[in-house]
Ligand binder design. Structure first.
Ligand code: BTN
Length: 331
């Protein structure tokens, strides 16, 4: 694994590297270089090019996660608040890992990022496709003396502040689909998964997991079962740094978690509504095997989805909302 990662680190810049230079840097024979490169790139899903007589390069450069750069890019407050920054080359799921760390006594504000997840978790039991080096896979563990039920609303606060980070990075036309799907031109750019552990009366621990598609090639995302987009496309070619985005998201989450602990969801409601994708639209809510139709009228102070139905206004805390099919072609 270390040798594999050293190879990728060498090629990450997307430039040509001669077999000779690679062999010398890594203390391998030239014959071993090609074999090892092919094996590593195949395993990690990174397309490799070999240029006759010149060497090897990755088809696309990869900005690897760099803990020093992330710490440097954090605000002074974020740097003070963060308990530990873990970066994994590969992990099953950063959320699952931190849920395990809850029981092991990890401190509040432990952050975990991975280059790749082999069993990334999405909402509603779905998988989260997590190819190597392409996207952001980040989780933050947070401890609270409150009862777990009171932290449910953080789901919307997290969506609002992460959307705000991306808007500040230059994304125009970003929207939130209740509770916290990040959507650009009706295609999914990212999402959040919150998991809770603790006693009914508190204290409890919350793990906030954020996945944002950053630079994902079509073949890397081919098993995603819905329209998706990455930040590169949403920014229309404006450059960005994966590590800088990671730092801004960590900062935003830690700030929001702190504020939510004092003031609840109220200070985040307006920000969420600024990004509301479906406000005023006819929508369908899938709740288990029930289908509820109505007009989306925004969110309630506790984060519930408000729907104007034939029976009057109703509020929902769970379910999957989508635009009614008769409006699809207007998107
Ligand atoms: C969704 O379905 O929209 C939520 C996706 C959440 C994905 C992130 S990636 C980092 C963290 N670890 C996981 O296993 N899931 C979350």
């Amino acid at each position: 694994m270390d040798r594999e990662f050293d190879l990728i680190r060498l090629l990450a810049d997307g430039e040509l590297h001669s077999g000779e230079a690679i062999a010398e840097r890594l203390g391998m024979t030239r014959a071993a270089v090609w074999k090892a490169l092919r094996r590593s790139c195949d395993r990690l899903g990174l397309p490799l090019e070999s240029v006759r007589g010149q060497g090897y390069r990755l088809q696309r450069p990869v900005e690897l996660l760099d803990p020093e750069r992330i710490l440097r890019d954090l605000s002074p407050r974020g740097r003070r608040a963060i308990a530990r920054l873990e970066i994994h080359r590969q992990i099953d799921s950063t959320n699952r890992h931190l849920m395990g760390e809850v029981a092991a006594g990890a401190a509040s504000a432990t952050c975990c990022l991975a280059e790749r997840q082999t069993a990334g978790r999405g909402r509603l039991g779905r998988p989260w496709i997590s190819p190597f080096g392409a996207n952001l896979y980040l989780s933050v563990l947070w401890r609270s003396f409150a009862a777990p039920a009171t932290l449910g609303g953080f789901s919307l606060a997290a969506g609002a502040v992460v959307a705000d980070v991306l808007r500040r990075a230059g994304v125009r036309g970003l929207a939130l689909k209740w509770p916290n799907d990040l959507v650009w031109r009706r295609r999914k750019l990212g999402g959040m998964l919150l998991e809770l552990a603790g006693e009914a009366q508190g204290p409890c621990a919350l793990v906030v997991g954020v996945g944002i598609n950053l630079r994902m090639a079509p073949e890397q995302g081919r098993t995603i079962d819905q329209p998706w987009v990455d930040l590169q496309e949403a920014l229309g070619g404006t450059g960005f740094s994966r590590n800088a985005i990671a730092a801004r998201v960590i900062d935003a989450l830690i700030d929001a978690l702190t504020r939510f602990g004092h003031e609840g969801l109220t200070p985040f409601l307006q920000l969420w509504e600024d990004f509301d994708l479906f406000r005023g639209e006819p929508v369908t809510l899938l709740l288990g095997d029930r289908v509820i139709r109505g007009i989306a009228t925004g969110i309630a102070p506790d984060g519930a989805l408000r729907l104007m139905t034939a029976e009057g206004e109703r509020r929902f805390h769970a379910g999957e909302v989508s635009l009614r099919p008769d409006r699809w072609d207007e998107s």
